[in-house]
Design a protein around this ligand. Sequence first.
Ligand SMILES: Nc1ncnc2c1ncn2[C@@H]1O[C@H](COP(=O)(O)OP(=O)(O)OP(=O)(O)O)[C@@H](O)[C@H]1O
Length: 316
Amino acid sequence: MVAIQIDSLTRRFGDVTAVDGLDLEVRRGEVYGFLGPNGAGKSTTINMLLGFTPPTSGTATVLGHDIVDDSLAIRQATGVLPEDFGMYDRLTARKHVQFAIDTKGATNDPDALLERVGLQEAADRKAGGFSTGMKQRVALAMALVGEPELLILDEPSSGLDPNGAREMRQIILEEVDRGATVFFSSHIMEQVEAICDRVGIMRDGQLVAEDTIDSLKDQFDAESRLVLTVDAVPDGTLSSLRSMASVSDAQVSGHDIVVSLRDSDQKAAIINAVEERGVKITDITSKEPSLEELFAALTTSDSGRLENTNSAEVNA
Ligand SMILES: Nc1ncnc2c1ncn2[C@@H]1O[C@H](COP(=O)(O)OP(=O)(O)OP(=O)(O)O)[C@@H](O)[C@H]1O
C-alpha cells in the first residue's frame, strides 16, 4: 500500500533545477524522513505534492490522488505543516484551529488539540504575539485536525525548544500508532534517528540514498569505532594497528586510542594487539557512526563514504 508515489518528478525555476527526476515511494503507515542540506529540493518536492507548486515534468500521487488534477482532495485528506506558515496576527490560537476544523468539515474540539500541542494556556491569545515555537505548535494542531491519513510536515521542529521537539516526536509516534503515515523533512538527525522507519537523502534535487538508517550505514561502509582508554601509548602502537586489515585508521586522543574499523567483528583482535605491546587498557567503549556523520558523508563528500574520525567528538 502506497501513500505517496513520485515518478520522475522535476521542477525548474529558471536555470535552477530544484527537483531533478525524483522517484520516491512512501508506504502507508511508515514514518519517512526526507533529509538533505539547504537548497536540496525538499520544500519544492513537498510544495509539488500539495499542489502549491506545479511540476515542470513527471507525475506523483498522494493517497491515490494526482498532484496536478486532484490537489484539493490531497489537501483535504492530509495534515500539512508547511515551511512558511503564515498566521493571522489578530486571530487567537483557538480561532486558527477552529478555522482548520471548519475548512476540513471535521468535528475536533479545538481546545483538546491545543492541549495536545501544549498550548492550552494560550488558546485565547492572539497569534500576533506568539513566539516562533508557539506558532509552530498552532500549525501542528491545525495539521492534526480530522485525524488525517497522512501528515506532511516540513521542518516540524523548527523553532521548538528541546521539550517542544520531544513533544513533537511523541505526537508523531501517537499519530503513527493510530495508523497515520508521516512524511517529514528535518535537519535534526537525532529526531530522525529516533522515529523514522526509512529516510531519503536529497542532494541537488536528487535522491542520493534511501533506506532504513541501519541499512544505509551498512551500504555506505560506515565504520564503527573502538575507543581504548590506556595508561600510555608506546611508540609503534598506532602504526602496527594501522597495518591491520580490519583497521582503517588509528589515532591518539588524550588517553584514548581511537580505532576506526572496517570490520566491526575484529574488535577482540585489536584489543589483543594493543595488550601484546604491554599497554594497560583501563576502559573500552565502541561507537557506531551516527546518522549525522552518514548525512555529512553523503551530502558533502564526492565519494559518498564516511570521512575521518572526529576525535573531539569521541572524547565528548
Ligand atoms: N520560488 C522559487 N524561485 C526560484 N528558486 C527557487 C524557488 N523555490 C526554490 N527555489 C530554489 O530551488 C532549490 C531548492 O530549494 P528548496 O527550498 O526546495 O530546498 P530545501 O531542501 O527545502 O532547503 P531548506 O532545507 O533550506 O528548506 C534552491 O536552489 C532554491 O533556491
